[in-house]
Design a protein around this ligand. Structure first.
Ligand SMILES: NC(=O)c1ccc[n+]([C@@H]2O[C@H](COP(=O)([O-])OP(=O)(O)OC[C@H]3O[C@@H](n4cnc5c(N)ncnc54)[C@H](OP(=O)(O)O)[C@@H]3O)[C@@H](O)[C@H]2O)c1
Length: 328
């Protein structure tokens, strides 16, 4: 189907500060063979999009580009050969590994990156899945290989990845500890199901985690800011414990000996490394968790598309309370 009317999209013509995110009119996308055009109602804003926008990231798109891999909306057109969905379906887009550009009114997207959005899940919530919830699932299940009955510390439970991790971990039968740096963030994580919350901005919080964990210890740490916490995390772990490094913004010195006696492991993760098979597994699990109510993304802040620059400032500086989304 051919569209002629222009649409609005955020475009980056040069790498730089948040001000390089400009709202412009561009040609409407067309659904090529195997693609779906989605009219977007919401786009998720992720820290990685701010890193990429500065030009200081390992993988950079060609300029100019439209940021964003997460979004949700309604199917508007199907390209040749696409089956299994229909015009008018509510869907979420998780296109981080493919052609991105959800900071826009529409996106043409390879069909396998488009998934059903169950009834009762808002478009804003649907924009919190592709990067945050997929990362949380990948870290818990594919990297840490958690088992029911284990204790997980979600270190940074108030943000988008953290809240998804809390909910998924509860669904998997874990005891869930979380940290946050504000009362609002702690309340959001508690509302998502965390059994105990700790304040990572307060001295001595790690001692309180150890006391609360008791003899069972902490089996898994999902770490959102490894450059601050990794050395201390090693002291919290139970024997055979695992730390999954999800986020890090610098270097840190650790004591490797801490890993030896308890045979603990530090595991990295990045969504970029997701294989097609893992991608299928992750989104099957996320759709099931949405349908069952285990996964209920928390949208902390909605901004109109034209305020993408403000959203990028907030994602790196403000205390987190769930997901920041742009609305169209
Ligand atoms: N590896 C991957 O593939 C992947 C994928 C997605 C995200 N990430 C990374 O994971 C991190 C979280 O992403 P997000 O989308 O959840 O971001 P977000 O919504 O902005 O949340 C950031 C989280 O980090 C927490 N935090 C701040 N200071 C902390 C500290 N000293 N110790 C522990 N946690 C602290 C925040 O807590 P307060 O605001 O309450 O202090 C908040 O819970 C980011 O660094 C992001 O780049 C990596």
């Amino acid at each position: 189907m051919l569209y002629t009317a222009p649409m609005r999209a955020v475009r980056v013509d040069q790498f730089g500060g948040p001000e390089v995110l400009r709202l412009v009119e561009v040609e409407d996308p067309r659904a090529a063979a195997g693609e779906v055009v989605v009219r977007l109602h919401a786009a998720g804003v992720n820290p990685v999009e701010a890193y990429i926008r500065t030009g200081q990231y390992a993988r950079l798109p060609e300029l100019p580009y439209t940021p964003g891999g997460d979004g949700a909306g309604v199917v508007e057109a199907l390209g040749e050969g696409v089956s299994g969905m229909a015009v008018g379906d509510r869907v979420y887009v998780a296109a981080f590994l493919g052609k991105t550009g959800t900071y826009a009114e529409r996106i043409a997207c390879v069909a396998r990156f488009v998934h059903p959005l169950p009834d009762g899940v808002s478009f804003g919530q649907g924009a919190a899945l592709g990067v945050p919830a997929a990362t949380a699932y990948r870290a818990l299940v594919l990297r840490a290989q958690v088992k029911a009955g284990e204790t997980v510390l979600v270190h940074g439970a108030s943000g988008a990845v953290g809240i998804a991790a809390v909910q998924l971990a509860r669904g998997l039968g874990l005891r869930v500890f979380g940290t946050a740096g504000s009362d609002a963030g702690a309340a959001a994580a508690k509302g998502a199901g965390a059994h105990d919350m700790f304040d990572h901005s307060q001295d001595g919080y790690a001692t309180r985690i150890t006391e609360t964990a008791g003899a069972r210890g902490v089996n898994v740490v999902l770490e959102m800011l490894a450059n601050i916490n990794l050395d201390r995390d090693l002291t919290l772990l139970a024997p055979r414990g695992r730390i999954v490094v999800i986020g890090s913004r610098g270097r840190i010195e650790i004591d490797p000996r801490q890993t030896m006696g308890k045979e603990t492991a530090i595991l990295g993760t990045t969504l970029w490394s997701t294989t097609p098979e893992e991608y299928t597994q992750i989104h099957a699990a996320l759709v099931a968790a949405l349908e069952s109510g285990v996964l209920r993304p928390v949208v902390g802040r909605e901004l109109p598309l034209e305020q993408a620059a403000d959203a990028h400032r907030a994602i790196l500086t403000d205390r987190a309370v769930g997901k920041i989304v742009l609305t169209m």
